[in-house]
Structure formats: C-alpha cells, structure tokens
Design a protein around this ligand. Structure first.
Ligand SMILES: NC(=O)c1ccc[n+]([C@@H]2O[C@H](COP(=O)([O-])OP(=O)(O)OC[C@H]3O[C@@H](n4cnc5c(N)ncnc54)[C@H](OP(=O)(O)O)[C@@H]3O)[C@@H](O)[C@H]2O)c1
Length: 259
C-alpha cells in the first residue's frame, strides 16, 4: 500500500533518514522542520527516488500553523503514518546546572511539539479506523540521565503520552509505536562529548524504526543491547544506578537551540 506520511524534524539526522527510508514510488509525505534550505535538500533526495513530497518550514511549537498544515495535507488525501520526531537535546555543562530557558525550550519543542503533530490527526484516524502513529522518545526517558535532566523529563513525558494513547487507540484500528533510541549518529549525537555506547548510523536506525511501525509494534528500544541493559539496571538500588549515571555523565552543553 502506498503510504502517506507526516514527519517532523525531517531536515536532519533521524528524520532525514526516515524520509529516505519511506521514499518509494507511490509514497507521499509532508516534511516539517524550521530550516527551509535543509528541508528542501531532503525533499530533492526524496523526489529523486520517486516519492511525492511537500515541505513546510514550521516550528513545531506553533500550534495553529501545525494544525493548518497537517489538516490541509490530510484533506488532499488520507494520511496513513504520523511520526513525531522533531526534538532538541540541551543539557548541563559538567559541574553546572542547566542554563536558564533550557527546560522551557525542551518542554515546548520535545513535548508540546509532539502533541501539536499528533493531536490534529487523532479524530481523523479514529474516524477512519486506520493509521499508524509513532513518536521518538529516548533511552533517556526510560533511564533519566544526569547530564540532560530536563531532556530526560521531556522524553519520559513523550513515552507516557504514547503509552497512554496506545492502549486507548488499540480498539480503534490505530497503532502507536513508542520509539526509544540510544545513540544514533546524527548532528544531535555529535554534540554529546562523552562515551556513546552501541552508536549506530541514522540510516540503520531509520530502517529498524520503519519496520517496527509497519509491524505495529507497541515499543521499540534500539539498538537492542539497550533494552537488556535498561531492564538490568532497574534491578539495582537507586544508589548504584546514580553512581553509574554520575560516572558516565558527559558535557552536553547548554544554551539555546537555533535552527
Ligand atoms: N541522535 C540520537 O542519539 C538520539 C537519541 C535518542 C533520541 N533522539 C531523538 O530523535 C529525534 C531526532 O533527533 P536527531 O538525532 O535526528 O537530531 P538532529 O539531527 O538535531 O535533528 C533534529 C530535527 O528536529 C528538528 N527540530 C528541532 N526543533 C524543531 C522545532 N522547534 N520545530 C520544528 N523542527 C524542529 C530539526 O530541524 P530544524 O532545526 O530545521 O528545525 C531537525 O530536523 C529527536 O526527538 C531526538 O530527541 C536522538
């Protein structure tokens, strides 16, 4: 079946790789991010593989603009897959608390941006009794990390929302895949100055994610060693896992994120 996809954060990293992954003749997609030039480069590559693409340079925090673009795209032809991927990762410099504004910016982009992507499509997918939704969380949402406290909190919230709507939508023919990546080689991960165990390329991550969405999997942690480690860590008392987190904390940098 030809998929019709809405994908945020498509101008870079995982989003750009997902756009490529879904680029087959007959597929159509709406790619959203702030940087129009980078979006346009991704769109050219998608078109070269035979898919149809529209781009919208929108900030996912702009709720009315997101709603208008998403509804217009769905009015033209029914959307089959919605992927809320846009996100930023800001954290602490070693030994310092997070900079002012870091928390609010991440709540607005990582959490509210995800809601602005999914909410406009919910009544439509439910009415049609079909469709797939995916949101990109993080292993930091499953095991919050000392170097990125508010990022971890926003990703835990993304997981919480995904888990909640999945059980609700199960009876309505709509699947929800909550995706928790570990380190994926992208511009975001390149800003993380510390160990990045099991890091995999964005193209490989996109392939695994698309397969999980296709199979309507409820949860995906990737690459797979993280699911084992996170399960194992839960068995430790907080004192031991806190020590481990302190030892592995990196300098992630603070400040603001600019497109
Ligand atoms: N890479 C990893 O290791 C890793 C691990 C766990 C989770 N993740 C999650 O995976 C997702 C993608 O990350 P990535 O690694 O691919 O990072 P990336 O290369 O920095 O890409 C982030 C994407 O999000 C878009 N974006 C950011 N803020 C936005 C806003 N306000 N409005 C619209 N678009 C916005 C960016 O586009 P513009 O700048 O053009 O707006 C870009 O396309 C994020 O949710 C991230 O938290 C990544």
């Amino acid at each position: 079946m030809a998929e019709r996809i809405i994908l945020t954060g498509a101008s870079s990293g995982i989003g750009a790789a997902l756009a490529q992954e879904y680029s087959v003749p007959g597929a159509s997609m709406l790619l959203i991010a702030r940087n129009a030039e980078r979006l346009s480069d991704v769109a050219d590559a998608v078109r070269a593989k035979g898919a149809t693409v529209e781009i919208e340079a929108i900030d996912v925090t702009d709720e009315p603009a997101m709603k208008a673009a998403i509804e217009a795209f769905d009015d033209d032809a029914p959307v089959t897959i919605v992927i809320a991927n846009a996100g930023i990762a800001l954290g602490r410099r070693k030994g310092e608390p997070e900079a002012p504004g870091v928390a609010r910016q991440q709540v607005e982009i990582n959490l509210m941006g995800m809601l602005h992507t999914i909410e406009p499509m919910l009544p439509r997918l439910i009415a049609r009794k079909s469709g797939r939704i995916a949101m990109i969380g993080s292993i930091a949402g499953l095991r919050p990390q000392a170097d990125i406290p508010t990022y971890s909190a926003t990703k835990a919230a993304v997981h919480g929302y995904g888990e909640a709507i999945r059980s609700w939508l199960r009876g309505h023919g709509v699947s929800v895949t909550v995706i928790s990546p570990g380190f994926i080689k992208t511009p975001m991960a390149d800003k993380h100055h510390g160990p990045k165990p099991f890091e995999i390329p964005a193209e490989k991550a996109a392939r695994i994610m698309a397969r999980a969405i296709e199979n309507r999997r409820g949860r995906l942690v990737l690459p797979w060693p993280w699911s084992f480690l996170l399960w194992w860590e839960q068995l430790f008392p907080a004192r031991i896992s806190d020590w481990f987190e302190r030892m592995s904390a990196a300098d992630v940098g603070g400040g603001s994120d600019k497109p």
